[in-house]
Design a protein. Structure first.
Length: 248
């Protein structure tokens, strides 16, 4: 499933973006019996935790599509670009833009916040030359949502046994992690690679029972790749709880 072969109705691939891919360990072409059932499953299992569904299922039929064995939906709204496909085999592919890069106000807010911290580096940083910023809060929320959605699909018996979950974040070389101004933040953590890829093979029963724990391990994996080697797991768990319970 190569993204460059997809003819997308939204320019998500032109920007830094997330790529999420769910794939059952055992392939069954007609795991889901119909295209209408595919849409019904997404409608039933999507998350609505912070004002924008994960994944977003557009209500307009003009922003939906049906292929030979898949359905899709997309959005292009105020700098948010998103596209997903859900196959009758159970494969789910989701592409969505890095909001911090495509929403100008968000980028400027993060730049202002990181400049308010006393960042410890060997030399002066020209923040105007930094290609982009990534909010640690939004990062935590994104990955938590991905695994919670996967867990809901497992609860619906779409996936059983082992599920492969691959999460990529692409086009981010030089992007710097940022924290809200009210949090202590002193170090410079930047991506040295343009693409970071995490692939996990997960038992579906474990995912149902402990999706937040599984997502936490993935969050820590990504943060290490930015050079943040020892973030507080307790603080991240609190951020996850705030998202799930709507306290943000």
């Amino acid at each position: 499933m190569r993204d460059n072969k997809l003819q997308l109705p939204t320019p998500v691939l032109h920007y830094p973006h997330w790529r999420v891919h769910f794939r059952p360990d055992e392939y069954k072409e007609d795991l889901i019996p119909s295209l209408s059932k595919c849409f019904e499953i997404i409608e039933r299992t999507k998350l609505s935790l912070r004002g924008w569904d994960y994944p977003h299922l557009d209500k307009r039929d003009t922003n939906r599509e049906r292929g030979n064995n898949w359905v899709s939906s997309w959005s292009d709204f105020m700098g948010h670009f998103e596209y997903w496909r859900f196959y009758q085999s159970g494969q789910f592919l989701h592409l969505f833009s890095v909001r911090e890069a495509t929403e100008v106000d968000f980028k400027e807010k993060l730049k202002s916040e990181i400049k308010s911290h006393r960042i410890m580096t060997d030399g002066q940083i020209d923040w105007e030359e930094v290609p982009g910023f990534l909010s640690i809060i939004n990062f935590i929320y994104n990955i938590t949502e991905i695994y919670e959605f996967a867990a809901r699909l497992c609860q619906s018996q779409i996936y059983t046994g082992t599920l492969n979950i691959q999460i990529d974040i692409r086009g981010i070389k030089g992007f710097v992690l940022t924290a809200p101004w009210e949090r202590s933040w002193h170090s410079y953590y930047a991506a040295s690679q343009d693409t970071l890829t995490n692939l996990q093979k997960i038992d579906t029963e474990k995912l149902i029972a402990a999706s937040k724990d599984v997502s936490l391990s993935t969050i820590l994996w990504f943060f290490e790749r930015f050079g943040w080697m020892s973030p507080s797991e307790d603080v991240i768990r609190q951020d996850q709880d705030d998202l799930i319970k709507g306290r943000f």
